[in-house]
Ligand binder design. Structure first.
Ligand SMILES: Nc1ncnc2c1ncn2[C@@H]1O[C@H](COP(=O)(O)OP(=O)(O)OP(=O)(O)O)[C@@H](O)[C@H]1O
Ligand SMILES: [Mg+2]
Length: 218
């Protein structure tokens, strides 16, 4: 397939399998009372992320980072250009099983416990209960949440940092090959940020591809 890029991406690794490929991707939103105002959130975005790469997308507030992530996940439709995720066109259902996503502002069901929430997420991927029973405690350990808190506490009783951690566990429930994290450090204290960095590194060591948005330069 002939890529529509004018210049090669400087961080593209030759020979590696591309996981994310975008070609002049663009998105504008229509707003205003008559829907006659255009907000250009994404303009000619061309990038490649290869298998096993940890890719940090840095940009100021309003730069279009979340828009790009939502477009790649098929939540938002691009208005120009095209992209491939795991070699398939955006929105392809078969790809969803292999993808994990931590949204910027996740919605949580207040009256579920953390454990129930992870069971619910696992159910969406049709993960059998026997595997859920192994995977949920493993993920809780990974994100630094105690099993007793996950079993006893409802999500409305969780702190912001605890919610961020359960959100991260949810993003990994299907053992995805590629993980999209929108501001994974948000709401975390310095220790939590350190742990999140360690989690990202351990995912990298497992050979997963990680695409994360941040405005934290360090
Ligand atoms: N649903 C929407 N309707 C209209 N405009 C939108 C919508 N979503 C995003 N935008 C606009 O698109 C631009 C990019 O927003 P986006 O959320 O992608 O930025 P971001 O880089 O993720 O910012 P932040 O660092 O604050 O999370 C902003 O100007 C925003 O106002
Ligand atoms: Mg954002």
């Amino acid at each position: 397939m002939e890529p529509l890029v004018d210049a090669p991406n400087p961080i593209e690794m030759p020979g590696a399998t591309p996981v994310v490929e975008t070609f002049n991707l663009g998105k504008f939103y229509r707003t205003g009372f008559w829907m006659n105002e255009k907000i250009e959130s994404l303009k000619n975005c061309t990038l490649t992320v290869s298998e096993g790469e940890t890719f940090g997308l840095l940009g100021q507030n309003g730069a279009g980072k979340t828009t790009l992530l939502k477009t790649l996940l098929g939540i938002v439709r691009p208005t120009s250009g095209r992209a491939l995720l795991l070699g398939r066109p955006l929105g392809d259902r078969t790809v969803k099983q292999r993808v994990g996503y931590l949204p910027e502002n996740p919605y949580f069901y207040d009256y579920l416990t953390g454990w129930e929430f992870l069971q619910f997420a696992a159910g969406l991927f049709q993960i059998p209960p026997s595997i859920q029973r192994q995977r949920i405690p493993h993920l809780l350990d990974l994100v630094g949440l105690s099993q007793s808190a996950a079993i006893k506490k409802q999500l409305r009783q969780y702190s912001k940092g605890m919610l961020q951690r359960i959100g991260m566990a949810q993003a990994l429930i299907n053992n995805p090959d590629v993980v999209f994290l929108d501001e994974p450090m948000s709401g975390l204290d310095p220790m939590g940020r350190y742990q999140m960095r360690e989690i990202i590194l351990s995912l990298k060591n497992q050979g997963k591809t990680i695409f994360f948005n941040s405005h934290i330069l360090s």
